[in-house]
Design a protein around this ligand. Structure first.
Ligand code: F0G
Length: 365
């Protein structure tokens, strides 16, 4: 049986590494592509969920981080820095430890989930809570990396994009070709940039890192559909948002660093970037857990919220193949599951208490 080696070893020929490169990996990637039965029924298309919560630190960031930390190590770095709404900091902290480096993470005060914060704490990152939002944190992190001997591992680091493009490769490798539509949540816009790069590279003959030409794997590229939270939707509005607000803290971003490449992904793929409300995000979050059996964090559910919105507007074609990425695990931010269940049925959300005997348990069921 094939044992998964992490995205760099699996896609070495398509990534900027040499034989001498010492790969820092925790076996990231190789995440499940899960058939979404209820979404498929609703849309009349076959809908798949790329469940990125199954990465070592619970989000897609690990794909980019293995690459960024590997290159930082190769360059002799001893410390890395990032700004984060939580997942990047969790990933940077873990991979830095794996590489024997220090990490400093800049997070917006009070706006990151407990699960993500506890990861950074557990891995011994230097955590700086900044009195500002993610965009402010990123500005400071960038300046810090320009003036001090620390490597920036946000997605403005091109190695992050290189690592994250492997998710598109995996989708094609699993389905046998590219889907017709790929749906993503969009925050800082690194991931939509990365997927689009991956899909393009797989749809054409591409020179490998080693020099040989790798033949095209896919016959076409998908339309890229990105969804931002309504209170943090600069790409939809066409201008930065100075005070982004959404319950989906992962994507609470007002001035995406990869703005231009996100727009290019939309336009070149014949796709779209739209917004969804917090209510729609929570509804999709609940849909995923209660109908598909997939537990994600709210930010992740923005993709599916967008798909639901478009389906109800009659704008999702039937008979196609659609992949929606769900970017982070539900355990990152579990409070929403409890709240969602309570909102639906307060009594059902309450676990039943029974004495220690099989008759009482059976009676309670
Ligand atoms: N989903 C989750 C769970 C995220 O954590 C993020 C970004 C996104 C979607 C959006 O991806 O930024 O590439 O458009 N989180 C970053 C962080 C900002 O700091 O963890 P994007």
């Amino acid at each position: 049986a094939h044992v998964w080696q992490g995205v760099i070893n699996e896609y070495r020929d398509r990534l900027p590494v040499t034989e001498q490169t010492e790969v820092v990996t925790m076996g990231e990637g190789g995440t499940p592509l899960i058939r979404a039965r209820a979404l498929s029924e609703l849309t009349g298309s076959t809908v798949w969920l790329k469940f990125e919560g199954m990465n070592p630190t619970g989000s897609f960031k690990d794909r980019g981080m293995t690459m960024a930390i590997t290159k930082a190590k190769e360059a002799g770095a001893q410390a890395v820095v990032c700004a984060s709404t939580g997942n990047t900091s969790a990933s940077a902290a873990a991979y830095a430890k794996q590489a024997g480096m220090r990490s400093a993470v800049l997070v917006p005060e009070g706006k990151i989930s407990l699960g993500k914060m506890s990861q950074a704490v557990a891995h011994g990152a230097d955590i700086i809570q900044v009195d500002g939002n993610f965009d402010n944190c990123l500005e400071v992190a960038r300046k810090l990396s320009e003036s001090y001997p620390v490597f920036l591992v946000n997605s403005v680091n091109p190695y992050r994009i290189e690592g994250q493009k492997t998710a598109a490769f995996e989708v094609v490798d699993t389905l046998g070709d590219a889907p017709d539509i790929h749906v993503l949540p969009v925050g800082n816009a690194g991931n939509i940039t990365a997927y689009w790069k991956g899909y393009r590279e797989y749809a054409q003959d591409t020179p490998a890192t080693s020099g040989e030409i790798l033949p095209a794997v896919a016959t076409h590229t998908p339309a890229m559909w990105g969804f931002q939270a309504e209170g943090a939707a600069p790409l939809v509005l066409g201008h930065p948002v100075t005070e982004p607000e959404t319950i989906a803290t992962a994507i609470r971003i007002g001035n995406p660093a990869s703005w231009d490449t996100a727009m290019a992904a939309r336009d070149e793929s014949g796709g779209l970037i739209d917004s969804v409300t917090d209510e729609q995000i929570l509804e999709a979050h609940r849909w995923l857990s209660s109908r598909e059996g997939v537990f994600v964090e709210p930010g992740s559910a923005a993709s599916v919220a967008g798909l639901l919105k478009k389906a109800r507007a009659g704008e999702v074609p039937s008979g196609r193949t659609i992949v929606a990425t769900v970017t982070g695990h539900g355990l990152k931010d579990p409070q929403w599951a409890v709240k969602g269940a309570e909102a639906e049925d307060a009594r059902a959300a309450e676990p039943k208490r029974v004495p220690f005997d099989v008759v009482s348990v059976a009676a309670a069921l």
